[in-house]
Design a protein around this ligand. Structure first.
Ligand code: NAD
Length: 451
């Protein structure tokens, strides 16, 4: 009976579930977001989302409202997909939005309903959601399920429609059957559904993100060693990634991970583990190494100028935490730019879609029209986000526009030998710079150093 069920939900998942043929009502407290969506505008940048939203709205399967109560008349399931940011002060996941939404849902329930947590929530949150609902509505039967979301911003539609797996955490057979119905198109496409307990499902999400964050941090530290010993981190990544036990993904060395998920989820898992007297030392190291790394990237820039950045102009290409999103939450660009400014540099910046978001958190930055406007008269250009358009820059034009042809490529977009040909002093991650190597006293062999 696809299409006859209604689901109350909001976000990319909501649009994709509607695209499967179900009826979805997206609820958000944010009037501005809902008015924009009702006017046909998508409030976030996510490739392909506008087409899916428009087509499902047109076909009458997707609608938007700020009023939760009116959506639960016919809904078979409610997804909770509100934010779970880091709690100010202690780094625990802030569950206030989840519990507020839970209370609102409880009061609006009309009959047996499956309440599904899509938000990333610490182990045991489902138990508390169930407790709250049962306390507020002892008259209504509910099944509370954990169904964590694994999609990546910037590739969210693809990931939702081609998941590696769907995790369904509940032992309630009615809820399992409903989730199987919701995800039937994916199941038919051979996406495995992992049925498990609710607490296990909650932990799977954190363990997955923590593992990926660890993999990134591991290759970043290997990159630092590569720079010291004259090895190439990309070749190391290839060499270890071909091992099936390791795999090639998430082995791209860079300026450290950011975004709306990894940093907060690593922090939250560390806190949960501590609360249960199981300290997670590896993750504690991952968090510290990553935090330090973002700011350390500014030293990579200053070292090109022998530590003297005061009065220099630095052009920053890319502000979002990764390409194809407008999200700048915990982006490496934020710590880098602040550190550059602390060192006395003037910062010019360009990002294809992230500048409006960046303006809300960064002061004293000159925002530019395009990459060429950004590099004009700059003493150094830093590539922070690997947007497609930064991969194909007219390098002669860039060099000629700059006051000084220095490029610090934090995403290894270009090849050092090419950059040398174009006449750049080029520094990247985990590879030798193109500057002249200097002989260090007491070093066992000659290594490259910034001039
Ligand atoms: N963004 C991602 O790519 C991604 C991927 C996987 C998992 N997640 C998880 O999904 C959750 C949501 O992430 P996000 O990035 O979309 O968060 P977000 O903060 O961008 O959006 C959350 C939305 O919830 C709304 N909201 C808050 N309380 C509400 C309430 N009571 N009723 C209705 N709406 C309410 C807010 O107005 C906001 O629009 C988080 O737990 C996150 O960890 C996100």
């Amino acid at each position: 009976m696809q299409g006859s069920r209604k689901y109350a939900n909001c976000n990319v998942s909501g649009a994709c579930i509607a695209d499967f043929g179900h009826h979805v009502i997206c609820v958000d407290k944010d009037n501005i977001k809902i008015s924009a969506l009702n006017a046909g505008e998508i409030p976030i940048y996510e490739p392909g989302l506008d087409e899916i939203v428009q087509s499902n709205v047109r076909q009458g399967r997707l609608s938007f409202t700020t009023e939760l109560s009116e959506t639960l008349d016919e809904a078979a399931a409610v997804f909770i997909a509100v934010g779970t940011p880091s709690r100010r002060g202690d780094g625990h996941a802030d569950l206030s939005y989840v519990y507020a939404a839970t209370r609102e849902i409880a009061l609006a329930l009309k009959r047996f309903t499956v309440v599904i947590t899509k938000s990333t929530v610490p182990v045991g949150t489902g138990d508390e959601i169930e407790r709250i609902i049962r306390e507020l509505r002892p008259d209504i039967d509910v099944a509370v399920v954990s169904n964590p979301e694994f999609l990546r911003e910037g590739a969210a539609i693809h990931d939702f429609k081609h998941p590696d797996r769907i995790v369904v955490g509940t032992h309630d057979e009615r809820a399992r059957a409903l989730l199987a119905e919701i995800y039937r198109p994916l199941y038919l496409n051979r996406a495995p559904i992992v049925y498990t307990g609710r607490r296990t499902a909650e932990l799977i999400k954190y363990a997955a993100n923590a593992f990926l964050a660890t993999k990134i941090t591991f290759i970043n530290e290997i990159a630092d060693l590569c720079e010291r010993v004259g090895a190439d981190v990309q070749e190391v990544a290839c060499g270890i990634g071909l091992d099936n036990r390791i795999g090639p993904k998430f082995l791209h060395a860079g300026p450290g991970f950011g975004g709306s998920c990894f940093p907060k989820d690593v922090r939250a898992l560390i806190k949960t583990a501590r609360d249960h007297d199981v300290p997670m030392r590896i993750l504690e190291a991952v968090e510290t190494v990553n935090d330090t790394r973002k700011r350390a990237m500014a030293r990579k820039v200053s070292s090109v100028f022998a530590g003297l950045l005061r009065g220099k102009t630095v052009a920053v290409l890319g502000l979002t935490f990764k390409p194809n999103t407008d999200d700048v939450r915990e982006a490496p660009s934020l710590a880098l730019i602040t550190a550059l400014q602390d060192m006395g540099a003037r910062v010019r910046a360009y990002d294809p879609v992230g500048m409006e978001q960046a303006k809300q958190v960064l002061a004293d930055v000159t925002y530019c029209r395009d990459p060429y406007d950004c590099v004009e008269e700059a003493d150094a250009v830093v590539i922070v986000t690997e947007w497609e358009q930064f991969r194909a820059l007219d390098l002669e034009r860039v060099r000629d526009l700059m006051a000084c042809p220095v490029m610090v490529d934090l995403r290894n977009v270009y090849r050092p030998e090419d950059m040398k040909k174009y006449g750049f002093a080029y520094t990247s991650i985990g590879r030798l710079p193109t500057h002249e190597p200097v002989k260090l006293v007491d070093a066992p062999f000659s290594i490259a150093a910034a001039v």
